[in-house]
Design a protein around this ligand. Structure first.
Ligand code: PNS
Length: 164
């Protein structure tokens, strides 16, 4: 059974994330979507809301929910992977801007636990410029981001931000 942990803030999950998840499910039997619990980041959605939005997005994608576990973690990612018996961390890459940060994280994680490998998947080019932060900023200012996020997220963003 090939298991990968796909960690992130997912505040909220975007179509960039779902494109990586979809490709990831071609390469792995199971993927654990691991939402980072980091109160210092002042998120828009609570961890529980983010997990629920991921679950609803997986259903919308038509993927088998039994292949996608949705969980939260705090502390070191490599410790969480060990706890999950996963040896692979899955991360998405968009433009070159992501590269340096991802390289640093992958190297730090390798330093912390040399048994865990990071595997990168390129985001679908339609969503190369999509990030949770830009989605939130555009949505806050009344921009239409519906095409860039899963349906349940579009709905929740409107409710949270009181827009439209
Ligand atoms: O979606 P993000 O915010 O880019 O995800 C970042 C994440 C959650 C992958 C990263 O912050 C993380 O792994 N945090 C856990 C703490 C940790 O293990 N740090 C050391 C490795 S850099």
């Amino acid at each position: 059974m090939r298991v990968a942990v796909y960690p992130g803030s997912f505040d909220p999950i975007t179509r960039g994330h779902t494109s990586i998840l979809k490709s990831g499910l071609v390469a792995f039997d199971r993927i654990v979507m691991a939402v980072l619990h980091n109160p210092r980041k002042n998120p828009l959605f609570t961890v529980e809301e983010r997990k629920e939005l991921i679950r609803e997005s997986v259903v919308e994608m038509g993927e088998d929910p039994s292949r996608v576990e949705v969980d939260a973690f705090e502390g070191l990612l490599v410790d969480y992977c060990r706890h999950k018996n996963a040896r692979v961390v899955l991360r998405g890459l968009r433009a070159v801007a992501d590269f340096e940060y991802e390289l640093q994280m992958a190297n730090m994680n390798r330093h912390l636990n040399e048994n865990i490998e990071t595997v990168f998947i390129m985001a679908d080019d339609a969503y190369f410029y999509v990030s949770s932060n830009l989605i939130k900023e555009a949505a806050r200012l009344g921009g239409d981001v519906d095409a860039l996020v899963p349906g349940p997220v579009a709905k929740q963003l409107r409710e949270k931000l009181g827009t439209k």
